[in-house]
Design a protein around this ligand. Sequence first.
Ligand SMILES: Cc1cc2nc3c(=O)[nH]c(=O)nc-3n(C[C@H](O)[C@H](O)[C@H](O)COP(=O)(O)OP(=O)(O)OC[C@H]3O[C@@H](n4cnc5c(N)ncnc54)[C@H](O)[C@@H]3O)c2cc1C
Length: 465
Amino acid sequence: MRHDAHGYWIEEAGLEGTPSMPALTEDAEADVLIVGGGYTGLWAAWWAKREEPGARVVLLEADHCGFGPSGRNGGFVNSMGFNLPNLRRIFGDRAAGEMVHAADASVEAIGSFCEEQGVDAWFTPAGYLQASTAPFFDHSWEPIVAACEGLGETGRIEVLGEEEVRARCDSPLFRTGAFYPVAATVQPARLAAGLRARIIEAGVEVHEHTRVDALRDRGGKVVATTPGGRVTAGAAVLAAGGSLLRFRPLRRALTLTSSHMVITEPVPDVLEELGWTGGECVTDSRHMVHYFRTTRDGRIAFGWGGGRIARGANVHGRAEVDPDMTAQVVAHLRRFFPQLRDRAITHAWGGPIDVSPTHLPLVRTVGDRSFAGFGYTGHGVGPSQMIGHALASLALDRRDGFSSLPIVDPPRVSVPPEPFRFAGGAIIRRAIIRKETAEEQDRSPGPITRLVSGIPERIGIHIGR
Ligand SMILES: Cc1cc2nc3c(=O)[nH]c(=O)nc-3n(C[C@H](O)[C@H](O)[C@H](O)COP(=O)(O)OP(=O)(O)OC[C@H]3O[C@@H](n4cnc5c(N)ncnc54)[C@H](O)[C@@H]3O)c2cc1C
């Protein structure tokens, strides 16, 4: 098994060894500066050039565009239907409806981009199945069903009985479930590489291996400092994922955890046996979610959102390669699919997850002319297109449907400062895992576990979707 930070997708897309764009070596000027070349930054660059082809757009990426979480995630392209109860609670009914429609459109826009731009990112709009794996989880989707009913959003979620769930994917753990039709899968590294190629063709100046060390407002402009030179820009888009924690104004705006994945050798016979040939992406119903999908070459990619909390903005190290977590993920995979007992796991990898206290992505205005997009909480593939578009509109000073989305500058919720964020987060994470393991085994979690796992909600930090 190959276990490293890059994982399977980057290798499959043939990106290893691809020449990077030259690093910045002198001072430059831009209308729009973009910091970070994951999906958020790439989409922002794409939309900035689409909206204003004459604008000078400069993108600075610390490594190679798309080699961060954007190139190595699960490839679930979700809308925000499962966020509806949370969206309603925070923004009210009208704005919740607006958000979920914008997120639907974002999923569609990714498919249209791939088709129109000839990007073969394996975009497969086959929907998302959420399954229950224990009596405790049998009704997990009821708040979502109620929210859909309340908003007149018919057809957004379909409740399934056990037979219907197992007809889609016959894991012995599955009980009842819910199906969300607006969802797709992609090969994430192919999508990132396609976006990178198209923005370069569109005339975005991309400098890779160029880390932005500081950003400040000066005389109505934004100045970014890198080891090779400064960029002075009319506006900046901050799209550095979990590394945004390094930017002082955002230190209390997010926390950082990690997720780890493995992928099997091609197992088309197992997929046939499971009846899992429709291309749906699937999860269980835990907060520390297990997520899995098939690939075009007949593999099962399987991940767990129960990775460790990262200290500060330390996105490397155990956030990416964590042998202990990987051993757990392999064991979980074989519990969901005992048929894989003797099948090889070919790759393992992981990455940081930028978690917002509301568990909803957001755009935050920072200083005079900088706009940050983050907080995807493990669900960035679909929404990043919409957030990138909002960031481009804001940076270009355009007032449109994207720059006025409800998640642009929402009411502030802060996470506790260090050392409480890391130490407290680690204790709470362990309590949630203990609680959900007990629930999965039809046991009652002890009172202390229940108390500790409930702390986030009591201090205004949402856990779950
Ligand atoms: C294992 C795993 C599985 C996941 N599965 C899914 C999934 O199935 N579906 C889903 O929707 N989401 C999933 N996610 C989350 C998803 O990958 C992210 O939400 C999404 O990629 C965020 O994109 P981004 O562009 O905001 O950040 P990133 O992809 O983190 O990109 C940020 C970029 O900024 C660069 N950077 C950082 N600091 C600087 C600096 N100072 N200067 C310049 N550049 C800098 C980084 O090198 C990086 O390339 C998963 C994440 C992981 C780790």
